[in-house]
Design a protein around this ligand. Structure first.
Ligand code: B12
Length: 286
C-alpha cells in the first residue's frame, strides 16, 4: 500500500489534485488506514498514472476519467434547450430524436479536440450503446439510428478536408465486416493528417482490394478486424495484397487485429494510429 505522498511522487500529480480526482470523478477509492489516511494499492496507482498521462496529453480530466472508468460512468453532454438535463448518445438513441442526436454529437465535438472525441468519448459511447442493445434496453432500430448518425457526422468531418493527392491509402473492412464507425473516424483522422485516404467502407469483396490497389497505385491499405468472423476474410486480403508486385503493405486495427499474420498492428486510439501512418508516409517507411 502507498500513502498519498508516495503516490504523488510516483504519478507526478500533486496531492491536492489526487484528492480532487477522487472526489470529483471517483477515479479511485483508496482504503483508509486506522488513522484515516488514504492507502492506495498497485492497481489504483496504475489507474492514476494512466489518468496523469491522458491529462498530460491534453485530455480534459473529466473525459480522461470517463475513459479509464469505462462505460459504467454516464458521460454528460449538456444540450441546449433541455432545461439543463444532460443527454448522451444512448439517451438520444432511446428517444429516436434526430434533433437531440445532432445536438449531442455537435456538443461532444465542440467540447473537446477532434482527437480526444474520437479516441475517448466515441469509443466509450459506442460501448454503452452495445451494452444497452445487448441488455435489451435498446432495439436494433435504435442502435442503427445512433450508429448511422455518428457515421454521417464522421463522414462530414472526412469530407471537410478536401483530398490533397499524395500516396493513396486504402481504408476498408474485409468481406462480411460491418463495424464501420471507428474506421470512418480513423479515415477522418488520416485526412486531417494530410493523407490521401481512399475510403472503401464496409464489406469489401476480396477480389476488389487488389483491383483497387492496382487501379489507384496504392502501396498501403488499412483493414479493421473486429469479430472472429472477420479474421479469415481479413487474412485473405493481407495474403493477396502482400503477394502483389510491388506488394501493398497492410496495417490492421480493431480488437482482433492481433490474429492477423503479415500485417502491422495499429494502436487502438484512431488519431494516434493515423498519425503514425502519416509519419511513416512522410519518412517513406509506410
Ligand atoms: C454499432 C454496432 C453494430 C452495427 C455497426 C454499424 C456500423 N455502421 O458500424 C451493426 C448493427 C451493423 C452491428 C452488427 C453486428 N454486431 Co455489432 N456492435 C455495434 C457496437 C454497438 C459498436 C461497434 C463499434 O463501433 N465499436 C467500436 C469500439 C467502441 O470498440 P472496439 O471494437 O473494441 O474498437 C476499439 C479499437 O479496436 C479501435 N478501433 C476500432 N476499429 C478500428 C479501426 C482502426 C483502423 C483502428 C486503428 C482502430 C480501431 O477503436 C476502439 C477504441 O477502443 C458494438 C458494441 C461494442 N462494444 O463495440 C457491437 C458489437 C461489436 N457487435 C456485436 C455483434 C455480435 C454483432 C452482430 C454479429 C450481431 C448480429 N447478430 O447480427 C453483427 C455482425 C455484423 C458484421 N457482419 O460485422 C458484438 C460482438 C461480440 C463479439 N465479441 O464478437 C458487440 C460487442 C455487441 C455486444 N456486446 O454483443 N453492430
Amino acid at each position: 500500500m502507498y500513502a498519498v505522498k508516495q503516490v504523488s511522487t510516483l504519478t507526478g500529480v500533486s496531492e491536492a489534485t489526487l484528492r480532487v480526482w477522487e472526489r470529483r470523478y471517483g477515479i479511485v477509492q483508496p482504503a483508509r488506514s486506522p488513522g484515516g489516511y488514504r492507502q492506495y494499492d498497485d492497481d489504483q496507482v496504475a489507474t492514476l498514472r494512466a489518468m496523469a498521462a491522458l491529462v498530460h496529453d491534453g485530455v480534459p480530466a473529466s473525459i480522461a476519467a470517463r475513459t479509464l472508468l469505462g462505460s459504467d460512468v454516464r458521460p454528460r453532454v449538456a444540450t441546449a434547450g433541455t432545461d439543463g438535463a444532460s443527454f448522451d448518445l444512448v439517451s438520444a438513441a432511446t428517444l429516436l430524436d434526430p434533433g437531440l442526436i445532432h445536438a449531442v454529437l455537435a456538443d461532444a465535438f465542440a467540447a473537446s479536440t477532434f482527437d480526444v472525441v474520437v479516441d475517448c468519448w466515441l469509443p466509450s459511447e459506442l460501448k454503452r450503446l452495445g451494452e444497452a442493445w445487448e441488455g435489451g434496453s435498446l432495439t436494433v432500430a435504435q442502435e442503427h439510428f445512433a450508429s448511422a448518425a455518428v457515421t454521417r457526422h464522421l463522414a462530414a468531418r472526412f469530407e471537410d478536408v478536401p483530398p490533397q493527392g499524395g500516396a493513396p491509402v486504402l481504408v476498408g473492412l474485409p468481406q462480411g465486416g460491418r463495424h464501420e464507425v471507428m474506421l470512418m473516424a480513423f479515415a477522418a483522422c488520416l485526412r486531417r493528417e494530410g493523407v490521401n485516404a481512399i475510403y472503401l467502407g464496409a464489406d469489401v469483396p476480396l477480389g476488389d482490394w487488389s483491383m483497387v490497389a492496382s487501379e489507384v497505385g496504392a502501396r498501403v491499405a488499412v483493414l479493421g478486424v473486429h469479430l472472429d468472423a472477420d479474421v479469415s476474410p481479413a487474412q485473405a486480403v493481407v495474403d493477396e495484397l502482400s503477394a502483389l508486385r510491388p506488394p501493398v503493405t497492410v496495417r490492421v486495427g480493431g480488437r482482433n487485429r492481433h490474429l492477423i499474420r503479415g500485417a502491422r498492428q495499429l494502436e487502438d486510439r484512431v488519431s494516434q494510429a493515423a498519425a503514425a501512418i502519416a509519419r511513416d508516409l512522410r519518412a517513406g517507411a509506410a
